[in-house]
Design a protein around this ligand. Structure first.
Ligand SMILES: CC(C)(COP(=O)(O)OP(=O)(O)OC[C@H]1O[C@@H](n2cnc3c(N)ncnc32)[C@H](O)[C@@H]1OP(=O)(O)O)[C@@H](O)C(=O)NCCC(=O)NCCS
Length: 150
């Protein structure tokens, strides 16, 4: 399947409810915090950059990352595509957009991402972008990192 056009939008009044309505499959529920938790966290944390994933004008997913100005590393720490929209290439397209957005910031050289070691979909998705597994962190989550070119 070819990559589908997706755009990332800042979170705001117009897409909040749709982000909160997104769902995971039951077996995925331990893989990522709920979007309600993530949005609450984003409100408290000036460094959290939250984005709605939009395809065909609809909110299909959500992601959150940090890219502090005094650091050259960005961390994508929340990412999900709605259960009804998975398997269509939207996850891949959203990661591509996020990496593009992060690269455009100009000061980021390395992007890290974390996922549960048993999350095969995440492992394969990120490996496809060249993320290299670094090992488990103190919470037993797998960390994978990508060096940006240039
Ligand atoms: C991981 C996730 C974002 C992928 O989104 P998606 O839109 O279904 O992914 P895509 O359709 O773009 O698939 C891209 C690649 O991901 C991998 N992938 C996706 N679903 C997969 C599955 N069920 N099993 C194995 N690999 C899978 C494959 O490598 C796939 O490429 P391929 O189709 O060429 O094999 C989605 O499954 C999800 O929201 N999971 C729950 C939350 C989560 O685990 N988030 C990541 C950790 S924070």
């Amino acid at each position: 399947m070819g990559d589908q056009p997706v755009v990332l939008e800042p979170v705001g009044k117009g897409n909040r409810a749709a982000i909160l309505a997104l769902e995971l499959l039951p077996r995925q529920q331990g893989f990522v915090a709920s979007n309600a938790e993530s949005l609450a966290e984003a409100k408290q944390d000036d460094e959290a950059i939250a984005r709605a994933v939009i395809a065909d004008g609809r909110v299909v997913g959500f992601l959150m990352y940090s890219a502090p100005e005094d650091d050259d590393e960005a961390i994508i720490y929340r990412f999900m595509i709605d259960r009804r929209e998975q398997g269509k290439g939207l996850g891949r397209a959203a990661v591509a957009k996020a990496l593009e957005e992060i690269a455009k910031l100009g000061h980021i050289r390395r992007v890290s991402i974390c996922y549960e070691p048993e999350n095969e979909a995440a492992r394969r998705l990120y490996a496809g972008f060249g993320f290299v597994e670094q090992g488990l962190d103190e919470d037993d989550e797998m960390i994978a990192a990508l060096e940006l070119d240039g």
